[in-house]
Every structure is written in structure tokens, then in C-alpha cells.
Design a protein around this ligand. Structure first.
Ligand SMILES: Cc1ncc(COP(=O)(O)O)c(C=O)c1O
Length: 426
């Protein structure tokens, strides 16, 4: 068996989530007894690897890899491509994040992964939800979510959308300008409204929905009494920038604000590690302290809207190499059959590869098997893969399922659900 770990180019939006020395994990995985899925190849040690202890981040990744392998071992070739969805991990993720913010409602951002079993799991764990389309709202209602537990977080909505949402009992909305606010209030006065802030003024090149501070000043001049219908502020992006923007708006314009919806973006490295392990170790205390201090100054309450952090580590994609393209010797392409996924939304940072042809290969790109040839991951020097070799893409739970579509009408990945899984031991 061979396991390759590889770090792709850094994703600036996700810098805090980079792993520590992932190459270390290779050595550990190489060293354990060969895992005989597929062609039961002979393990080969990569000269670049080093052996480390099984503790800390590396130990967690290693044990996670073992758990995933156990699940993959139960699959046959007919099950592939597959997504392994670990609902036990989702429950643990929710419980740990909630333990840091017991007093604040947590709305899962459905767009991160709208899988119905994930939604059911989060609903029974006590989550509320943030929906950004009518389809998401309908799916939530279809599994018995009370409409009071759903907030509509998308500022982009037609008047028709507003009517449809009100008909379904949705009462929590986000607006970004006066026309938007007026239009909503004309349809219902029984609504709880948050104003989305745009952080552009405070950070260059931050393109986003929402009102800038100067737009808010303008709104205050134009129709101050209309704005008093807004009881909350929200943003999406950096929490330090977002919170200070909220504080200025409260001080300068809207002292009546009752709550701040912090949006998402909670994938901090320390927290990601704790979630993987299934236990909180205080790495997020700095954030709870920050919120407590903020609350003391402004007496607002908070709402959280986590998406990625609740699902990323709970879904793993399993695919086979379908075609090896070495036409142009400088660069090797492995096309994997991950179904019609249009690749994945973000390149993955870590992969597990099974198979060993014995032939060494320099760098290669892993791409999807459609004519779009979407980039999935990059491999540095490695033992060449062959058709049929198995690739696992761990932790691709966020924003990947929506990329499964009808493109090329390929067979869609099968979803394999794991329930009641134990947390990773290190
Ligand atoms: C309004 C809003 N809330 C929450 C989220 C979830 O963010 P994340 O997946 O970073 O936690 C998003 C993501 O785009 C969003 O737009």
C-alpha cells in the first residue's frame, strides 16, 4: 500500500487551516502493516519521509486516515465513486462548537453541504439553520424543521422570493439597503431583520454583499426611522474586522442594535484539530473572551452561522484512477472518476493514494474525468499510479456536494453514511 500526502498551493481564504508538516504522516502510514484494498501492493518508503510520534496534529491525521481506510475497506469497486459521510463526526463538531458558545444560537449555513442526512443530524443535535435559497428552505421544512429555526441570510432576493418565504413561515431576514428594507416591511411587519455590512472600506479588494459605512450614513440621513426596524447587524469575513465595523456602526448610527450575526468563517487550525479529535481543549477560548468583552461594551447578543467548520472533516471522497495521461512527459495527469463533480470547489490539501506500480514518477496533477479537467490536487514525486488505483480525498465535506451535477451524465458518487462513529483516539 502507498499513501501520499501532498500540500497544494495555499488557499489565501483558508490560510488559518493549513496543516502542520503533513509529510510526516506519510511515514507513519507507510510503516504500519499493508492495507490490502484493491491490488495489495508492497509498501514503499519515500526517501523524503521522516518518522514521528503519534501525538498532536500528526497523530490525529494518522488515526483519522486509519478510520477512513476501515470504511473504504468495506466498499467494493461497484460502490465507487463514493462519499463517506460521517454523521457521528458532524454531531461531535456541533457539540464542540456549541460548547464554546452555549448561550448563542447556532445557525448551520446549509450551502456548505445540503445533504439531507447531515441536516437531519444537525436538527436533532439542536441546530438552527441559515438558508440562502427557497430550495434550501423547502428541504429544511421537509425534514420537519420549524420555520422559526430558519433564518434567510441571502440579501439577494426577489419580491416573489420574499412572499414565498413569508408564506412558509420564515421571519428572519437580511437586508442591505433601504429599498430592500421597505419592500420587506410592506409585505410583513412581523419580521426580525439584520443589516448586512460590507467590509470593503476596511479591507481592500473585499468584494461582498452589504452596506458600507458611508452607505449606512446615507441611510441614516435619508430615513432614520425606517432603519430602526433593523435590530441586527451581520457580515461575512474576518471577525476582527467585522466586529470592529459593527461596533462603529452601533456607536455612530444604530445604538438600538440587539444582536450581531457573526456569519461563518470559523475554520481555525486549532479548532479544526479539536474537532477531528472530538474534544475541546480551549483553543477557541480567545474568541469566546473576545465576544464576552464586546457584549460588556455594547450589550448585544450574538448568533453564529457556521458552515464549513461543521462539515468539512466529516466527508471523504473515494475515487479510482480512471485514466493516466502521460502524453506530455513533463506533466502527468491522473483523471479520477469522482463522478460529475466538476472537480471539487477547492483543491484538496491532503490525499491518500492506494496502489503501487513500482514505477517512480515526478510531479502529477489529479484532475476530474470530465472534459472540464478540473484540478483536484497536485502530487510531488511519487510512485506512479495506475488505472484502478484508489484515491481518497479526506475532509472534502464543505461546498463539494453541490458540485455534483449532471455534467457528462456520469454516474454520481454513492453516499455511504456512517453513524455513531467513535472519536479519533491519539
Ligand atoms: C451569510 C453567510 N453565512 C454563513 C456562511 C458560512 O460560512 P463558512 O462556511 O465559512 O462557515 C456563508 C458562506 O458563504 C455566508 O455567506
Amino acid at each position: 500500500m502507498r499513501v501520499v500526502l501532498n500540500v497544494t498551493k495555499e488557499n489565501p481564504a483558508n490560510m488559518s487551516y493549513r496543516m502542520q508538516s503533513p509529510e510526516h504522516v506519510i511515514a507513519e502510514i507507510y510503516e504500519r502493516p499493508a492495507f490490502n484494498i484493491a491490488r495489495s501492493p508492497t509498501p514503499r518508503m519515500n526517501s523524503a519521509t521522516r518518522v514521528i510520534g503519534e501525538d498532536g496534529m500528526n497523530g490525529a491525521l494518522l488515526n483519522q486516515a486509519r478510520q477512513i481506510e476501515q470504511a473504504v475497506a468495506r466498499l467494493s469497486d461497484d460502490d465507487l465513486p463514493a462519499y463517506i459521510i460521517d454523521l457521528g463526526q458532524i454531531e461531535r463538531n456541533f457539540r464542540i462548537l456549541k460548547s464554546y458558545f452555549p448561550e448563542y444560537p447556532m445557525h448551520y449555513a446549509v450551502k456548505a453541504n445540503p445533504d439531507v442526512e447531515i441536516l437531519r443530524t444537525l436538527l436533532s443535535s439542536g441546530a438552527n439553520f441559515e438558508a440562502a435559497s427557497l430550495g434550501e428552505v423547502d428541504r429544511l421544512l421537509s425534514i420537519g424543521t420549524p420555520p422559526q429555526q430558519i433564518a434567510y441570510g441571502n440579501p439577494c432576493k426577489s419580491t416573489r422570493n420574499i412572499c414565498d418565504l413569508l408564506d412558509r413561515g420564515i421571519r428572519k431576514f437580511v437586508i442591505e439597503n433601504l429599498a430592500d428594507l421597505q419592500r420587506l416591511l410592506e409585505k410583513s411587519s412581523d419580521v426580525r431583520i439584520a443589516l448586512r455590512l460590507n467590509l470593503t472600506e476596511l479591507r481592500e479588494n473585499h468584494i461582498d454583499y452589504g452596506a458600507t459605512r458611508s452607505a449606512i450614513s446615507e441611510m441614516m440621513r435619508a430615513q432614520p426611522s425606517l432603519l430602526t426596524n433593523v435590530k441586527g447587524l451581520t457580515y461575512y469575513g474576518s471577525h476582527t474586522i467585522g466586529l470592529s465595523a459593527c461596533e462603529r456602526v452601533i456607536e455612530e448610527h444604530m445604538p438600538w442594535i440587539e444582536f450581531i450575526n457573526l456569519g461563518g468563517g470559523f475554520l481555525y487550525e486549532g479548532l479544526a484539530h479539536e474537532l477531528r479529535l472530538g474534544k475541546s481543549m480551549g483553543s477557541f477560548d480567545f474568541f469566546t473572551r473576545l465576544l464576552a468583552q464586546f457584549k460588556k461594551r455594547t450589550s448585544v447578543d450574538f448568533i453564529l452561522e457556521p458552515g464549513a467548520v461543521l462539515v468539512k472533516n466529516a466527508c471523504h471522497a473515494v475515487a479510482q484512477v480512471q485514466y493516466v495521461n502521460d502524453t506530455n512527459r513533463e506533466l502527468l495527469y491522473y483523471h479520477i472518476d469522482l463522478g460529475p463533480t466538476l472537480g471539487l470547489r477547492k483543491p484538496v490539501s491532503r490525499i491518500l493514494v492506494y496502489g503501487d506500480s513500482g514505477e517512480s514518477s515526478p510531479s502529477a496533477l489529479i484532475v476530474d474525468s470530465t472534459c472540464a479537467k478540473k484540478f483536484v490536487a497536485r502530487l510531488s514525486e511519487h510512485a506512479k499510479l495506475e488505472e484502478g488505483d484508489i484515491i481518497i480525498l479526506p475532509e472534502v465535506g464543505m461546498y463539494s456536494l453541490p458540485y455534483i451535477c449532471d455534467f457528462h451524465l456520469l454516474r454520481k458518487p454513492r453516499f455511504i453514511y456512517l453513524r455513531d462513529t467513535p472519536s479519533i483516539e491519539t
